[in-house]
Design a protein. Sequence first.
Length: 291
Amino acid sequence: MPAELTDEQIHNVLQGIRIPPQPQIMVDLQMEQAMPDPDIEQIAKLIRQDVSLSGMMLKFVNSPFLQHSNQISSIEQAVALLGPTTVINIINGLSIKGEMSDQAIRAMTRFWDTATDIAQVSAHVARAIGAKNPDESYAIGLFHNAGIPLMMERFPDYDDVMMESYARDEPRLIDVENRMLNTNHAVVGYYVAKSWNLPRHLCEVIAEHHNVQQVFAQTGTRAQERKTLLATLKIAEHICGNFSILGQQEEDYEWQRLEQDVLIHTGLTQYDLEEMAQNFRDMGITVHGGY
């Protein structure tokens, strides 16, 4: 993404889409995180003010992915166990849901369920390959499609556009959106993340999550980190059947283009993915029938 655009350029890119303001809980949590010694009790107190976020946090910390022997029953325990950074990454991803109308949320139940599955699988894959920050993979999994709900609210026929995008074997999935709508969910998601003060490298990964081949052609330490985040995301999307749920397609054309690069980067094999998928299925994650 360009580092800076004029207000007029941003308006043209967003096509009149309103970027919701950063929720106050995110502002407060980010301020606490920036302190030299973040206060776990204060972070827990902020989260407890939102019943929905509290419930999601406890659901995540007690998920089979973390394999705890004891049930975590309080937000304080959850924050102490996960750490402030992971907690804030989770809140970032969940907050976009809180900015939508109840009707829009109900209409996108499968979208939210899939986003949660993708986030958990992304984090698990990141841990499996020894990535430095699995919590960032979780955040990307949860937040990467944040632009989709806003696109749906802005464009009544966006469902049809998305199906058309997944049905075509084009260089980039977002090319159809660009042609038909003059913008796309990745760039909208980027501006949501940027306006909500997510770390810059996460904003960039959100912007590039359908430009994976271009990113994999880059070199350098910074590119390696982005490749890992994108690789774990694309594995999770494929295993969870994102192409089937959002695109209503039988073939994952994007994965077919990226599979070799992703597997080489992660050191995983197709057999590894099949084994992971079975484990995820046992954990209650919705896995595409191809696995």
